[in-house]
Design a binder for this molecule. Structure first.
Ligand code: C5P
Length: 233
């Protein structure tokens, strides 16, 4: 089972992103490209980062009718992404179509993971806005099982839910978890956080870390600290 730290490169231009990655000299950290960077810099930023030798998690969280998602995933797959994602709320039919779209002519494909419930959504909002009456844990578990049954490789979830997901879907089913902070760091707008070591103990396979690295005075040192704490936990 791969365990790694993924840096959320939430920048608004290709120039800022590439200048940030230049700091790492010979190192090739796993990079997450989210909506902000993708919409600002376009598909070329994925190609550019791949050409530099990084693995790329393309965090675009697709959610549309199955045919549209299938065709869009084929485009993302052709860019060379290593991980793509979508919302499990799009249904099993959408997830199955996405997998078909991702599969390249040579039979390879990026890993595909599903967002269960966003960590910004709490039980109250689920009930009030989405008319979902069940407890969060049950909803996350059910969405993760749907993703597994559709053939996906894992989910994006809070580290607090990683153990529950592994229990329901097996230890090989990936848990990719944002909401990670150093014990002595600033939480920012993340409410429920864990340290890298706690996330590893809770069962996270990949942690996604943004500002604790990108906004650090020494981003390379912060990344190395994060890797050390996560992998040596
Ligand atoms: O800067 P920070 O470490 O909070 O960045 C976390 C990253 O993970 C951001 O890119 C954010 O969009 C993403 N994310 C999240 N919570 C989710 C899904 C994605 O924080 N539920």
């Amino acid at each position: 089972m791969a365990k790694d730290v993924i840096i959320a490169c939430d920048f608004d231009s290709a120039e800022k992103t590439l200048a940030f990655l230049d700091l790492f000299k010979g190192k090739k950290p796993f990079v997450k490209i989210g909506m902000e960077l993708f919409y600002a810099a376009g598909p070329d930023i994925v190609r550019a980062i791949k050409e530099r030798g990084h693995k790329v998690f393309l965090d675009l969280k697709l959610h549309d009718i199955p045919n549209t998602v299938k065709k869009s995933m084929a485009v993302l797959s052709s860019l060379g992404a290593d991980i793509c994602n979508l919302h499990a709320a799009g249904t099993k039919a959408m997830m199955t179509a996405a997998l078909e779209g991702l599969t390249r002519p040579d039979g390879t494909r990026p890993l595909l993971i599903a967002v269960t419930q966003l960590t910004s959504t709490d039980e109250e909002a689920m009930k009030r806005d989405l008319l979902i009456e069940k407890p969060m844990k049950e909803v996350v578990r059910h969405y993760a099982m749907n993703a597994k049954e559709a053939g996906l490789d894992g989910v994006v979830c809070s580290p607090l839910e990683a153990g529950e997901v592994h229990e329901a879907c097996g230890k090989e089913f990936l848990t990719v978890t944002p909401g990670v902070r150093f014990a002595d760091g600033d939480k920012g707008d993340q409410k429920r956080v864990m340290t890298p070591a706690e996330a590893r103990k809770a069962g996270s396979d990949y942690i996604v870390v943004g500002r604790p690295i990108t906004a650090a005075a020494d981003p390379v040192a912060a990344y190395e600290r994060c890797v050390k704490e996560f992998l040596e936990a």
